[in-house]
Design a protein around this ligand. Structure first.
Ligand code: AP5
Length: 188
């Protein structure tokens, strides 16, 4: 079974939900870039202050900062495997990540692409806003995050298809079914 996977998909497609579940089932570390950024913001650090506005506006945080988060984890990830959620978000980030991962044998083996229509995303995230109150879960910002996804992140599907690593899943299916599908793909 492969043990180095990327979860790629629009906001609200279920990456975080599945990352947590797969991590519990498989004992692999779930590295969620958005969670790491929100933890930094909550800590009140200077770094947190610099990224706060970008995350709240649904903009991408600078590549150098994101690569810094990846860099410190790459050797352990090569050894133990990983479920990486929220990186890369652009072909450019993927190419930069490859330079870090390749020398230590940490490149992803499988890329799960979560397919879900925009309207379902908007419904899910406006519902989540009432429960969790995330700063970026208002309709205007959700639409902006979606537009950014289509323009910048979606090209990763073709990028990883060319490498034979991408698998698209129907992320509108019930949570259990999505988990089972990913496990099936991981088993190969
Ligand atoms: P991040 O936290 O990664 O946000 P996101 O990609 O917009 O994704 P979400 O967390 O909103 O959704 P999800 O796909 O994880 O779905 P979830 O499981 O939560 O990033 C936040 C910000 O950080 C970015 O906007 C950017 O500013 C910055 N950032 C992050 N990575 C970066 C990078 N690499 N470079 C630069 N900047 C970066 O589910 C959503 C809801 O749907 C939940 O309520 C859930 O219960 C429900 N749900 C899940 N699955 C199902 C299902 N199958 N059926 C019905 N409901 C479901």
């Amino acid at each position: 079974m492969v043990n180095k996977i990327l979860l790629v998909g629009p906001p609200g497609s279920g990456k975080g939900t599945q990352g947590v579940r797969l991590s519990e089932i498989l004992g692999l570390e779930h590295v969620a870039i958005g969670d790491l950024l929100r933890a930094e913001i909550s800590s009140g650090s200077e770094l947190g202050e610099t990224i706060k506005a970008k995350v709240a506006a649904g903009e991408l945080v600078d590549d150098d900062l994101i690569l810094g988060l990846i860099e410190t984890r790459v050797e352990e990830a090569a050894e133990k495997g990983y479920i990486l959620d929220g990186f890369p978000r652009s072909v450019d980030q993927a190419q930069k990540g490859r330079k870090l991962a390749e020398p230590v044998g940490a490149r992803p083996e499988l890329v799960i692409y979560f397919d879900v229509p925009d309207d379902i995303v908007v419904d899910r995230l406006t519902a989540r806003a009432e429960i969790e109150g995330r700063a970026d879960d208002n309709e205007e910002t959700i639409r902006h995050r979606l537009a950014l996804f289509h323009e910048t992140t979606k090209p990763l599907l073709e990028f990883y298809e060319k490498q034979g690593k991408a698998r698209m899943i129907d992320a509108t299916a019930p949570v259990d079914e999505v988990t089972e599908k990913i496990l099936e793909l991981m088993r190969g």
